[in-house]
Each structure stands twice: as structure tokens, then as C-alpha cells.
Ligand binder design. Structure first.
Ligand code: ZN
Ligand code: ZN
Length: 91
């Protein structure tokens, strides 16, 4: 099962992202990623044998910051670092 994280920044930006592996994630893992061009925190599914650092935004094709842990996520709107809180589970 994957994990849901809730990201809340004091600038008002809020996002809930599903990370980890769901039932259908055989050889992929979902990561919370920040696109600084779209200025959004998004979920991106990355192949387990791919280099995470080469991941690009599915919307704009720009480079992503891929977060492997949720303690220190940069707000894509204002640049503050925040910790995402656990918000449940998903399949
Ligand atoms: Zn983008
Ligand atoms: Zn912010």
C-alpha cells in the first residue's frame, strides 16, 4: 500500500499527494515531486530501475525535484521548506 501525504505551506499552498506503491505499482514507485516551472507539487510514477534524477514533469517537460522523504519539501509557490504530514493510505 502507498501512503498519502498532506502538504500545507503557510503561504496557503496545500496539496495531498499519493506516494509509494499501490496495488498496481509492480515496477514503479510514486514520488512527491516539485516542478518549479509549473510551481506545483505533483505525484510522479517512476520506474524503479530509472534514475530518479532524470525525471521530467509530465505537464511541461521541465526538470523535477524528486523527494524520497517527506521531511523537507520545498514549497513550489513560495520556496519555504515544510514537512509533509501523513494523511492516510491508498491501494
Ligand atoms: Zn511542470
Ligand atoms: Zn508556500
Amino acid at each position: 500500500m502507498g501512503e498519502m501525504i498532506a502538504y500545507n505551506c503557510r503561504c496557503g499552498y496545500k496539496k495531498t499527494v499519493n506516494i509509494g506503491k499501490g496495488l498496481k505499482s509492480f515496477d514503479t514507485t510514486n514520488y512527491a515531486c516539485a516542478c518549479l516551472s509549473c510551481r506545483e507539487l505533483i505525484r510522479v510514477e517512476i520506474n524503479d530501475d530509472a534514475d530518479k534524477n532524470d525525471s521530467t514533469c509530465p505537464v511541461c517537460g521541465g526538470r523535477l525535484i524528486v523527494y524520497s522523504d517527506t521531511d523537507n519539501i520545498l514549497c513550489p509557490k513560495c520556496g519555504t521548506r515544510n514537512k509533509a504530514e501523513p494523511a492516510g493510505r491508498w491501494d
